[in-house]
Design a protein around this ligand. Sequence first.
Ligand code: FEO
Length: 398
Amino acid sequence: MVVKEITSGVYSVGAIDWDRRLFDELIPLPDGTTYNAYLIKGSEKTALIDTVDPTKEFDLVCNLVRLGVDRIDYIVANHAEQDHSGSLPMMLELYPDAKVVTNEKCREFLIDLLQVSADRFQTIRDREILSLGDRTLEFIIAPWVHWPETMLTFLREDRILFPCDFFGSHYASSETYVQDERAIYLAAKRYYAEIMMPFRNSIKGHMEKVEALDPKIIAPSHGPLYNNPGMIVAAYKDWISDEVKNEVVLPYVSMHGSTQKMVDYFTGALIDYGIVVKPFNLTKTDIGHLAMALVDAATIVIGTPTVIFGPHPQAVYATYLTNLLRPKARFVSIIGSYGWGGQTVDILKGMLTHIKPEILEPVIVKGQPNEETMKSLDRLAEDIKKKHTEIGILPEGE
Ligand code: FEO
């Protein structure tokens, strides 16, 4: 249980989950996470911004008791996902006069997901304001960060932005504000890669609105708060930009060593051309690291053997995940070996429906790689070098 005063009358009342190691049964959380909720006491009304994961609702209740909160007028729901809304039913029982303030879309989700009674809502529109007396909340509808119902809440007088997941990081810390900027940059990049990257184009529009608000503090619902918002705003502008970097991401798996030999040789060839290469052995890698590498890379090369008639299931998983995350990579190729045939290349190419890259000629060999295979890998490395040079991310002559 932790209560922290952000400014006079504004408190952080959420929970720290030091031990959580997986989110959505999918996303690794090496640093745990927090579910941040905020209490704002106005001269006339009190508002709670978001709640916490239901596994931590006792923490939220204790924090409110500790603050002596005997009445909540509004519970603002910026996002319906259960790690922020899951304690809403309990809050509504404990505070029977509280209204859930949210947009129409989020209202629908909360009714469907949590069976919140329809008469408990106060629905708001984009840019609507809500007075707490001496304080004013402004709501900015911001779909797709990262669900269709997401919105941001801005506390005007204190210039605090509550963007829920947007700008968040899965990082358990006892510190209120970012202290170690490098550590939080990496945690926020991991968060962006795994959760926000598919919605890069929507985020571009939201960034303009955030910059126009000029917040003094950004208080997300995961991880520490930013009292220097410029740091996370600049990072997001880089990640969502259309600029790619001179990098090749190489997720791969090898069964009997042939694909591994090709990956090793190919990695060296790319390094010789001055290209940054990031190989990920899919049997060992943390998919969060793979996702982070996908944020910037110009090229993805998938390495896989053929299992029966198609790609190795680990390569299928990585390719499916890559397609879901929609990185901005421009070029894709495939390398690997097979025993007796199959449709590895066509199956993997067919999976990349969302990112529509230019496919560079794959290198697929029967059995062990030989001298010819290495020449083909040299040719693929040279193709990548040419492409990176053409788009201006690798200087001529490197
Ligand atoms: Fe932190 Fe989309 O929930």
